[in-house]
Design a binder for this molecule. Structure first.
Ligand code: HEC
Length: 706
């Protein structure tokens, strides 16, 4: 394995390169002197005086954050020559128009709106049935669920719509299988006791003459096994109640003449299993008759194709009117058409997504408290902790006597939480199905946070309160601070307040927020801010998203860590495995601040190194997509120059870049010598991969804030 072969020649690069854009050289790109060390941090923050980050470092940092691409000398010169601060802003505008920026923002939105971190297991828990079938298709479904809201917000942003519409939108970017998933959530209705008390299949088909019913008159699903050249049942027949093949699906995988009888047609025995069977069949999984000793099998004929999962369309989700039937979760052809999604359950804003709800499963004890608190965290950067709340206008009702007793320790928080969760409870049951209890639908909610005291009814009212709340601009400026600095800005900082005000004044135009914050000294460190004094070191390790995006764009290896799509091929699978060990930005229950790796520790350093070793296999001498070739000296020199100027992001004009090129070349020569002496085959290639591995771990890639 490459990992062991490379082990012999890795040496740290920091001794030669110092840091990109050293703190010690205010006028430009550093002088090649030793990096700033021995900074002493006390509880109050840094004790060393502030020094502005050189322009090269500023441009490098901002472009890295927004695109992952290395800065050019021209860009650095433009900012150096700038008199009024407009140069960096207009560069930012250019970077915001790149596809790389879109990818970064999708990841940012996924985290900030708490739509990521899902597994098939959490989706299953949200739905109430198991998801089985073709692994690749199910992986696409899982990604769809997590990408849907980020894409929805990106769509708003790119149309110049205000960001606070993400609170109230009832239009989502959806794929046909994701629409089916949302509709399937309504296949079973659950009440507030977590009891199943309704089935879409039987409710909808009551009184309809259909071929296959069980003893109770409920429709059943049938699977027949058709082999060879006989025609298979179509998705249109499957979904058509008038067809003799309604809810009957065929698959060639089982031998109909199997002597055990397992190839015989299989009919589900209950409405519950019919619902689950149909959903599985769409993914090629057939639930077989276990009582006959037949095994369920995977690998049948799915209803979905891979292209369905990339067919994103802006879809309005609305309630049925009058006697209108909700969208059928099994009507694959209808779901492929760009129509509305008609569901009984309201879906409003970020909290209405399957992803958010799968992360924050509630139950009859929790009664949507988690939903309420996490929504508050996402919308306004507040968690109910008894500190910020103001007393609600009405006193809580007696059913919450335990929490509502002013003498109890619980009161400080629950006096705010209980009336607030009723905004949700009147619309949805504790398992996120439409609320059918008249006592609950009658409930009104009350919001009392940070000086805003408003009552209303339902999720739409709460969403509107979020959208108009004075903390909205502050919360989202703060979320972007975390993205840029891996740490908070000080909300007392005048510069922070200026940025938040500018965002608000632009009617919550997200691109204005990005432009103002990323060109601000809060991020560029071009001048002193009070945030600087309140923070731990302004340097942190790069979370996985930033690091992998930079590698992808600088090496021309799209999605090198397989963050955005399922890895295909051994090398990609291997790379994804190592990438998953590099810490990433996440979120946690009850926490307002994102969970973020900030300190360079042994584990991330080892993970980064392993990842770089893996990526070397794809960047150097690979049969497809290799950027670097080791065949002869000329190509090695070209490769090393690119590693310094492009991969590490240090323009040729930077006085230090010559030294680094020389050091990397010396490393290549020394490695080659050792390898040749031991008669290693492919010595040149191994030596260049080793050289690459060093460049790949340069602080300009693995750290933010330099
Ligand atoms: C510091 C604020 C705070 C205090 C004090 C507090 N709670 Fe809570 N409580 C919350 C929040 C916020 C949630 C919802 C959080 C979640 O589920 O993620 C919650 C959730 C709950 C839940 C639902 C738990 C579940 O099963 O998921 C119960 C029950 C509860 N609290 C009871 C109490 C009682 C009883 C007390 C006093 C002994 C108390 N709380 C004190 C803030 C508080």
């Amino acid at each position: 394995m490459m990992k062991r072969r490379l082990g012999l020649v890795i040496l740290p690069l920091s001794w030669v390169m110092g840091c990109v854009g050293q703190l010690g050289a205010p006028d430009g790109q550093g002088t090649g002197s030793a990096p700033k060390t021995n900074v002493v941090w006390s509880d109050e923050g840094p004790t060393t005086p502030f020094e502005p980050l050189p322009v090269g470092g500023q441009v490098s940092k901002v472009k890295y954050l927004l695109t992952g691409v290395a800065p050019t000398q021209k860009e650095i010169d433009a900012v150096k020559a700038d008199k009024d601060g407009s140069a960096l802003r207009s560069l930012i505008d250019g970077w915001m128009a790149t596809p790389e920026f879109q990818a970064k923002m999708l990841l940012f939105f996924q985290n900030a709106f708490q739509q990521g971190q899902l597994s098939i297991l959490s989706l299953e828990a949200r739905l109430g049935f198991r998801l089985r079938g073709d692994a690749a298709l199910l992986d696409m479904l899982l990604r769809n669920a997590q990408e849907s809201f980020p894409r929805t917000v990106w769509n708003l942003v790119s149309q110049g719509r205000p960001l606070n519409e993400a609170m109230t939108t009832e239009q989502y970017m959806l794929t046909p299988p994701l629409k089916a998933l949302m509709a399937a959530s309504e296949a079973f209705h659950y009440n507030d006791n977590e009891t199943r008390d309704g089935y879409q299949l039987s409710d909808e088909l009551k009184g309809t003459p259909i071929a296959h019913k069980d003893a109770k008159g409920d429709p059943v699903a049938t699977f027949v096994f058709i082999t060879g050249t006989q025609p298979q049942i179509t998705t249109a027949e499957f979904a058509d109640p008038k067809s003799p093949n309604f809810l009957t699906w065929s698959s060639p995988s089982h031998d109909p003449n199997d002597p055990t009888g397992c190839g015989a047609a299989r009919t589900s025995t209950s409405i519950a299993s019919a619902t689950e069977s149909i959903f599985s069949a769409a993914y090629g999984y057939v639930i077989d008759d276990r009582s006959k000793g037949c095994k369920n099998f995977n690998g049948g004929r799915p209803m979905w194709t891979a292209s369905d999962f990339s067919d994103w369309k802006l879809t309005t989700v609305r309630k049925p009117t009058g006697s209108e039937a909700p969208t059928r979760f099994y009507a694959v052809d209808a779901l492929r058409k760009p129509t509305e999604l008609v569901l009984k359950t309201p879906h409003i804003g970020f909290s209405g997504t399957v992803a958010f709800q799968s992360n924050w499963l509630s139950n009859r004890n929790n009664v949507l408290r988690v939903t309420t608190n996490q929504s508050l965290i996402v919308a306004l950067g507040r968690s109910i902790d008894g500190e910020q709340s103001i007393f609600p206008i009405t006193t809580p009702s007696t059913d919450e006597a335990q929490h509502a007793d002013p003498q109890s320790a619980c009161y400080a928080c629950h006096k705010t939480l209980e009336p607030m969760r009723k905004f949700f409870a009147s619309d949805i049951s504790v398992l996120y199905r439409d609320q059918r209890s008249p006592a609950m639908t009658a409930l009104g909610g009350e919001f009392a946070i940070d000086g805003v005291d408003k009552s209303g009814k339902g999720i739409a009212d709460l969403s509107a309160i979020f959208a108009e709340h004075p903390r909205f601009a502050i919360a989202w400026t703060q979320k972007l601070c975390w993205f840029a600095n891996s740490g908070a800005c000080s909300e007392d900082d005048k510069e922070f307040q200026r940025v938040a005000e500018a965002f608000k004044a632009s009617n919550f135009d997200f691109k204005t927020l990005v432009r103002e914050l990323l060109s601000s000294p809060l991020v560029t460190l071009s001048s002193h801010t009070t945030t600087y004094d309140t923070r731990d070191p302004m340097v942190s390790i790069s979370p996985r998203g930033h690091f992998c995006d930079a590698l992808s764009s600088r090496l021309g290896l799209p999605d090198v860590c397989s963050i955005y799509s399922r890895p295909s091929g051994t090398l990609a699978v291997q790379t994804a495995k190592f990438a998953s060990a590099v810490p990433t930005i996440g979120f946690a229950r009850g926490a307002v601040d994102p969970v973020i790796p900030t300190e360079a520790s042994m584990i991330p350093a080892a993970a980064t190194e392993k990842l770089c070793i893996e990526v070397a296999e794809r960047a150097v001498d690979a049969t497809t997509g290799a950027r670097y070739m080791s065949a002869d000296d000329a190509r090695v020199n070209t490769a090393i120059a690119d590693m310094v100027h492009n991969l590490m992001g240090m323009p040729a004009e930077d006085p230090r870049s010559g030294e680094i090129v020389t050091a990397l070349r010396a490393h290549f020569d020394a490695s080659l010598k050792t390898l040749t002496a031991t008669k290693k085959t492919g010595a040149r290639s191994i030596a260049l991969k080793s050289t690459f591995t060093i460049a790949c771990q340069a602080p300009s890639l693995t750290a933010i804030g330099l």
